[in-house]
Ligand binder design. Structure first.
Ligand code: CDP
Length: 805
């Protein structure tokens, strides 16, 4: 086979490898209606299951009468906890070491809780059946405030021994879940007590929800003849789901096949296991037919995996010149009725202990108390890495409050305190070792790009004009500098339900020089099929267009822990590069044999092995692939395949510098985002176009959370924002034109130097939007107001500051 391309630059371009803005290969099917989502799966004789849900947030169940529902034509079964109990399936373990009712067992603990599962021939008959299930409730006192919960005589979890410790140690109260600490308490308190300047602030990071466009769902199909269960579902971690299903059902793991087909967004919502999965499996076993369960929008918003709900109190101390000396943080974490947070086992508050942020803070202490309330369970990392969003919001607000206390410019305060380039790898006071960073360069670039000094001068003029009655619009300059922590493992630190957080890639090169690679992760829109092929193209010298990427089928993909927390690139991306290197090592031996030289006498060059010093003598990877299958090479097995299970030595620490310029109409509370500049550093950039798309998406979700998106409850535990009429999802109307920029500081331990990026814009974006609102009111005495900054709350802030007088 003669290689046709001799020009090296052309050969590099032909690969479409690292750094190429390759168009997304997935989009052909997504844009032409050929995606295959869970609800597209239709099997012969398939039934539909749906839930009777509790209208009450806290109530005892006196009785459930299913007789009338069973009379509805098409209804085949109604499952209750009593049916699941003999199977031991009326409760299920949560990812956080707690347990959760699959169907209400004696009482309900949140509005929308699953009470009974109606199985029918179609979803309409199931809906009719649901209407006729008679449930007699006795209302109980409702607690929606975690502080009240810790004082209350009302015991929410009657199933737990009130005095017994929980999964994370001793409990202080029957409604208390855990206390988790990091850092040094006494030294931190001492530094703060003796500090020249101390700023104290309390803030609430409100409850919200990932709200992917596709809701959660599954199809369970039990083949009783062969003893095989196939489960299609919206799973962000298909292998973990297979293991969990095996552990709770007793079906051996090799008899379970879990398939995540196309997924319409996850953002953390599809990590955990939901009662719908268990009930569908049971219903399929009972009826012998496939059973589908698909949530509607209200089910999704009201009952699956919430995010945030952290009440945070901080103290930050500094010298008069602005050098930070200590940080103290206490969190009261509202976990709802069951502790179903999706965090690595050793971190019940996720990675909240990254809350010292991008700053060199010598002493710090964090304490988190988890609390039960009458709200839905969950606690997932909504487009972030296990509570890093809360941590970054906390520190970026504390910096702003400290700047007010010091009467100092907040950009300058950040600059004074950044971890310096030469301090990396940097061991933070709360335990993490940051791998690499160059914060000053990024910050200077960002401030220059937006003409920060010019903006401040304009703002000062605006304040003067406002006071002179010449305008009713204020101007806010939102700043944020964030450090993310993404790529969980390493296995020694991070596991979920005892499963170490490595990831995997298996590659098969076909004789004609094309390939398939299978990974333990699963794309939910991030473009893995495009970008992982690019990593391989650069590693093995075959064009990305000749490489198929497959994820999400546990019968074919190697075991992996899935996609969330921007871990795909740091962990599975690394596995992909390492598996590619194994392929290359074998290819080198084949090339040397074909060229009749020693292994060390050939070197890799883009898409071929070349004899050192004799560039005209080479074998292309295509030729080598063919030889692997048709030549008997002494000492080598035929074929060209490799697998890598990658346990990362550390997480990666992407960072970024964001600036938001906002005008606020004091009389209507309406913000107008005039400019948003986002500089991201995610190390080596695999596909700049996809990175840009990720940043646009993350910023838009950040805008949503900062400016209106909320899961709100009334005192009775009713969800006030259970539809998209009330739950804010931004559209093109609200979204500004984002300006993106970058620096490149590779990760020193990742095989290609890449860090994650998918969630960074969300993590950095929320404080940036919020700081812009707060900054507009700073000249008028504002210190802190809680998100979400919807029009009403912004108006109220203006009103409280006397700006309507
Ligand atoms: O885990 P998840 O896929 O959500 O997040 P990620 O690892 O940050 O990757 C999101 C997308 O951005 C993937 O398609 C990555 O390959 C791509 N990416 C990139 O092109 N360069 C990076 N340095 C990081 C991610």
């Amino acid at each position: 086979m003669k290689d046709e391309i001799d020009n090296r630059d052309e050969r590099v371009a032909n690969l479409k490898g690292l750094g190429c803005s390759r168009k997304r290969v997935e989009d052909a099917r997504f844009t032409q209606g050929k995606g295959n989502y869970v609800d597209d799966i239709k099997l012969d004789g398939m039934l539909f299951g749906d839930f009777v849900r509790s209208p009450y947030a806290h109530a005892r169940i006196k009785s459930i009468d299913t007789a009338a529902a069973m009379e509805v034509p098409g209804v085949l079964a109604v499952l209750t906890a009593a049916d699941l109990e003999p199977l031991g399936l009326h409760w299920m373990p949560t990812l956080a070491g707690d347990k959760q009712m699959v169907l209400a067992d004696g009482k309900v603990l949140f509005q929308g809780q699953e009470v009974a599962f109606v199985v029918a021939e179609d979803r309409f008959a199931a809906a009719d059946g649901i209407e006729l299930v008679e449930v007699e409730y006795e209302e109980l006192p409702v607690i929606v405030d975690p502080f009240e919960s810790l004082k209350s005589d009302v015991v929410l979890r009657e199933d737990l021994d009130p005095k017994a410790p929980g999964a994370h140690g001793p409990r202080k109260h029957p409604n208390h879940i855990f206390t988790w600490e990091a850092g040094d308490k006494a030294p931190t308190e001492e530094v703060i007590a003796n500090a020249e300047v101390v700023a104290t602030e309390s803030m609430y990071y409100h409850r919200t929800h990932p709200c992917p466009l596709e809701t959660c769902g599954c199809v369970a199909s039990m083949d009783k003849v062969n003893g095989k269960l196939t489960l299609w579902g919206t799973f962000q971690a298909p292998h973990a789901i297979r293991t969990v299903v095996s552990l709770i059902s007793g079906i051996e793991e090799h008899n379970i096949r879990v398939i995540s087909p196309d997924i319409g967004g996850g953002f953390g919502n599809k990590v955990g296991a939901y009662p719908g999965y268990v009930c569908s499996v049971v219903a399929s076993i009972v009826t012998g037919k496939p059973v589908k369960w698909i949530e509607d929008r209200m089910d999704n918003l009201m009952t699956t995996a919430f995010a945030r709900d952290y009440h945070m109190t901080g103290k930050i101390s500094a010298t008069k010149e602005g050098k930070i000396t200590a940080l103290h943080c206490h969190v009261t974490a509202d976990h709802g009725g069951f502790d179903a947070c999706a965090d690595p086992t050793k971190f019940p508050a996720g990675f909240m202990n990254i809350c010292t942020g991008s700053y060199d803070i010598p002493t710090a202490y964090l304490e988190v108390d988890g609390v039960y309330t009458n709200k839905a369970p969950g606690g997932v990392s909504y487009r972030c890495s296990f509570r890093v969003t809360e941590a970054v919001y906390f520190i970026e607000r504390m910096i702003e409050v400290l700047a007010i206390e010091l009467n100092m410019d907040a950009a300058e305060l950040r600059r004074i305190n950044f971890i310096k380039k030469e301090q990396f790898p940097y061991k933070a006071a709360l335990g993490w070792e940051y791998d690499s960073g160059d914060y000053h360069t990024a910050w200077d670039k960002a401030l220059k790009a937006v003409d920060y000094d010019g903006l401040r001068a304009e703002q000062a003029q605006r304040v003067a004009d406002f006071k002179a009655g010449k305008t009713r619009k204020l101007m806010g300059i939102g700043l944020s500098f964030f450090t993310e922590i993404v790529g969980a493992g390493p296995v020694k630190n991070c596991d979920i339900l005892g499963l170490g957080m490595f990831d995997s890639c298996e590659i098969r090169i076909h004789p004609t020089g094309s390939a398939i690679a299978r990974l333990g992760t699963i794309s939910q829109g991030q473009g893995h099929a495009t970008t992982f092929a690019q990593i391989l193209a650069s590693e093995i010298g075959l064009p990305a267009d000749s490489i198929t990427i497959e994820e999400g089928d546990t019968d074919t993909a190697p075991y992996g822990l899935g996609t969330y927390g921007s871990r795909s690139t740091p962990v599975a991306g690394a596995a992909t590069a390492m598996a590619g290197r194994k392929i290359r090592a074998k290819a080198q031996m084949i090339a040397a044999y074909l060229l009749e030289v020693h292994d060390n006498d050939v070197e890799f060059d883009v898409d071929r092995f070349v004899v050192k010093g004799a560039p005209e003598r080479f074998k292309t990877m295509k030729e080598i692939a063919f030889a692997a299958y048709n030549q008997a090479i002494p000492g080598l097995e035929p074929g060209l395949e490799a697998v890598s299970y990658y346990d990362p030595p550390n997480m990666t620490y992407p960072f970024g510098a964001y600036v938001c310029v906002m005008d606020i109409d004091v009389d209507t509370g309406v913000p107008d985002i005039r400019r948003f500049y986002a500089l991201d550093d995610c190390g080596t950039r695999i596909n700049p176009m996809i990175i840009e798309g990720q940043i646009h998406g993350g910023l838009t979700e950040a805008l949503a959370v900062a400016l209106g998106q909320e899961i709100a409850y009334d005192d009775m535990g009713n969800v006030k924002t259970g539809t998209l009429m009330d739950f804010f999802l931004p559209t093109a109307w609200e979204v500004p034109n984002y300006e993106t920029d970058f620096t490149v500081t590779p990760s020193p331990h990742h095989p290609i130097g890449a860090k994650g990026v998918g969630e960074s814009p969300h993590v950095g974006g929320v404080p940036c939007f919020s700081n812009a609102v707060q900054d507009a009111f700073r000249p008028f005495g504002n210190r802190h107001t809680n998100m979400p900054h919807d029009h009403w709350r912004i108006w109220r802030t203006a009103n409280e500051l006397g700006l309507h007088d």
